[in-house]
Design a protein around this ligand. Sequence first.
Ligand code: GTP
Ligand code: SPV
Ligand code: MN
Length: 605
Amino acid sequence: MTATSVTRTAPAHVPPALAQWVEEMASLTRPNSIVWCDGSDEERQGLIDRMIDAGTLTRLNPELRPNSYLARSNPSDVARVESRTFICTDEEDGAGPTNNWADPASMRETLHGLFDGAMKGRTMYVMPFAMGPVGGALTRYGVQVTDSPYVVLSTGVMTRMGAAPLAQIAAGAPWVPAAHTVGAPLEPGQEDVAWPCNDTKYIVQFPSTREIWSYGSAYGGNAILAKKAFALRIATALGHDEGWLAAHMLLMRVTDPEGRSRHVAAGFPSACGKTNFAMMRPAVDGWKVETLGDDISWIGPDSDGRLRAINPEAGFFGVAPGTSTDTNPVAMETLVSDTVFTNVALTDDGDVWWEGMTKEPPAHLIDWQGNDWTPESGTPAAHPNARFTVGAQHCPTIADNWDDPDGVVLDAIVFGGRRKTQIPLVAQAYDWKHGVLMGASLASEQTAAAEGPVGKLRRDPLAMLPFSGIHMADHFADWLRVGGQARDVPAVFHVNWFRRDAEGNILWPGFGENIRVLKWALGRLDGSATAERTPFGWLPGEGEIDYADAGVSDEQWRRLMALDAEGLAEEAEDMSEYLDGFGDRVPAELRSALHLRQRALDSES
Ligand code: GTP
Ligand code: SPV
Ligand code: MN
């Protein structure tokens, strides 16, 4: 007998392998009780009530922000911890030079030590979840155990969680086990804290056995394991074996004034504009953008050989700071109710605020750490990586086909990063191979979405640096292979909303004005928009982008589009050295695309 008392027994028809894994996790972590989540509204309400009692959640003013809550994390638990994220492939070379590798056997030992008794005094929740519409051919399943009710609430928003995915698992669908604990066991009589976590953190993926273990954090990507750990890190391994791509990409439908719709996936690194692009309210009349997803796309060939994509998630875990009715009115409308806010500031009337929401900050706030705040405080009221968690169904621009189990045919793919210098507003790849080179060459200034120095330029290939569960060179090869085998590959583009002039002023107004860039890009699909061939790619032909209407002067436009052959040649050389670090796994096609670029740049400079 263990001390575990099961408050809700496993539902009928739980497959033996799942029941056994849950039993093993329980005897390792020794929770007080086990709850099998059914994903019902009743369950959700119960969790919310419990978290309000525990001080984890504050109910926002129901007249201003109905059915919405504020969570304040421990100040040390505010972002993804890339230095504590591990890929445990059998051989070190399997994880590649961009990942932290750890030996699977010794990591298992470490984790078993940490998980031993880790849920004492807590409830262990069992969450079956689906990534993708339940029952869909492209959908994959997982089961996460966690001792964090906040993580249960979040997973319930971000995935299809509970009875329906469990039924699929019971019917034989394969599932990925994901073990999570905040690592804060309670001794008898010990009082809990509002946001339990541990200074020691481990976010561990075992790609070959398709397992996830996470210890010590309750923050987003560290703890909602369905998201980055499963839908990207494990999924890159699944896709590698099965011939599809897990991509850190938003998914949108764009309809032109003639009523023609196209689907676009876009990959930008964390906090570089995916949610904003996916929810764009176009500044040009007659254009419509609808949202299918804001963070992850699974892309693969259909039976006709066209590339299709689904958004495996069911909600948005978005960056709050910078979101306003000017920049992202659609997000503001999405967040009017039914939202969990984490690490934003609280207003005196019980609503939320963050930097950039209004031009003038309120005269008084409670900041993200629970302290009084005034504009004179000199500290941010909301954490720079404060987030909102809200269901996709609340988004006014959600596309009617967003949860079509067959996904949508992709017409265009866009890569982009945050680059003050060097990289033009937009360019089109010559072909798929060149497009993969553009994606693989992404570099971006670091943001608050992960620990580390904000603003520092780093390479972030395919916006997947922290998210590939396989060797990055193998992931490049997967991109080349999936596109190479497809009929009618999507056109590929590269964008940069963040270029600055010598004085540091941002050159492009961005947000709703980005439709002008899309308009040109989509015009390229049917040949109606002209372009000029350069060593970087195809650039918009003269007069193709009506930048003056976006308030951009001729001089600003010139700087936005300027190509410095010498600087780009240095960057290409740096890329070549970067690829050397991947050894002989780098696909020859990628090498040859880079050589072509280098030769073209050399002849210009
Ligand atoms: P993750 O959720 O971390 O993956 O981030 P994301 O890629 O979805 O980024 P998001 O859309 O939340 O934007 C992050 C930050 O970039 C916010 O502060 C935005 O206001 C800002 N941003 C987004 N789009 C633009 C743009 O077109 N121009 C400028 N200047 N800033 C932008
Ligand atoms: C990102 O950092 O890319 C996010 C937030 O989307 S998290 O879910 O924490 O990874
Ligand atoms: Mn993201």
